[in-house]
Design a protein around this ligand. Structure first.
Ligand code: MN
Ligand code: MN
Length: 299
């Protein structure tokens, strides 16, 4: 397959996985079962998983994925962000939506959905990234909400889910212009009147990625690092993925901590709204074209 075909296929499966996600998020459903079933869905289509399925609830904005030993049951009022991606040959899809079963926060979700579609409507060759951000901020504020200023979209490159180009959720003055053929993830986040419009890092960290293979003294940690390097050389993983092979959980977490301190692993902590405002997110991956852009993660 041509590179472009692979990119479009990972996008399509990512969008299909979001459609599937909508069918499994139900009141009382287990977070762990939801994450496992979405990841199984992606694998069943013959694709790899670009990063652990993120399920971030209410004031949690991003980077939450279930722990193997700590489950949670979905409540009807929860504002649930599902962020996922399929992968093939180190090409990645990246897309997200927000679900609120009792519709008590549907206006917040409409704000990010509309910000995403308005941003998509102006993306084409030579558009400045600040103008995309400006459109996102304008839309979210027009609905009475606040954009999250320290989160944004990004280019999606081969072997780099987060490429070098940053797409702000406000006018940050960056005049860098997108080019035809760029693959970009657009991801507006919004919070309600309680929120600060910024996220902080939480202590909850269940997602890591391989950073450096420098030598490790402890034999258990060394074996764990080898396993991680073999299985997840170029994309993030969840601690729960390691549990089947490394089922002494306290030892596993100690080894992970030592691999972070030794500089082998990069942690991706949960990102939580600074003032605990509710957070919604919408995300799509697009390919920039001459006069428009093509959404490859339709859902
Ligand atoms: Mn994402
Ligand atoms: Mn993204």
């Amino acid at each position: 397959m041509e590179d472009r075909e692979i990119i479009e296929s990972v996008g399509k499966i990512s969008g299909d996985a979001l459609k599937y996600a909508k069918t499994v998020v139900k009141e009382g459903a287990s977070l762990k079962e939801i994450a496992d079933s979405i990841e199984r869905y992606i694998r069943s289509k013959g694709f790899d998983i670009a990063f652990p399925v993120n399920i971030s609830i209410n004031e949690q904005a991003a980077h939450y994925t279930p722990r193997y030993d700590l489950d949670y049951e979905i409540k009807a009022s929860d504002v649930i962000k599902i962020d996922l991606g399929a992968a093939k040959e180190s090409y990645f899809g990246d897309c997200a939506l927000t679900i609120n079963l009792d519709s008590s926060n549907s206006k917040l979700i409409e704000a990010t959905e509309e910000a995403l579609s308005n941003a998509i409507a102006i993306i084409k060759d030579n558009v400045a990234v600040k103008d995309i951000g400006k459109e996102i901020e304008r839309t979210i504020k027009s609905k009475g909400f606040i954009p999250i200023y320290n989160l944004g979209g990004h280019s999606v490159e081969r072997s780099a889910l987060h490429g070098d180009i940053f797409i702000p959720n406000y006018d940050n003055g960056e005049t860098y212009k997108l080019k035809e053929g760029d693959v970009i993830a657009i991801e507006p986040f919004a919070t309600d009147h309680r929120g600060a419009g910024y996220v902080n890092e939480d202590s909850y960290t269940e997602i890591y990625s391989l950073y450096d293979l420098k030598p490790v003294r402890d034999s258990y940690a060394r074996a764990l690092l080898k396993d991680i390097a073999d299985s997840y050389p170029d994309h993030p993983f969840a601690v729960r993925w390691l549990y089947d092979k490394h089922n002494d959980i306290s030892r596993l977490y100690l080894a992970i901590r030592s691999l972070v301190i030794n500089g082998n692993l990069e942690p991706h902590p949960g990102l939580i709204e600074r003032k605990r405002g509710l957070v919604a997110q919408s995300e799509a991956t697009v390919i920039v074209e001459k006069d428009s852009c093509k959404v490859i993660t339709e859902r």
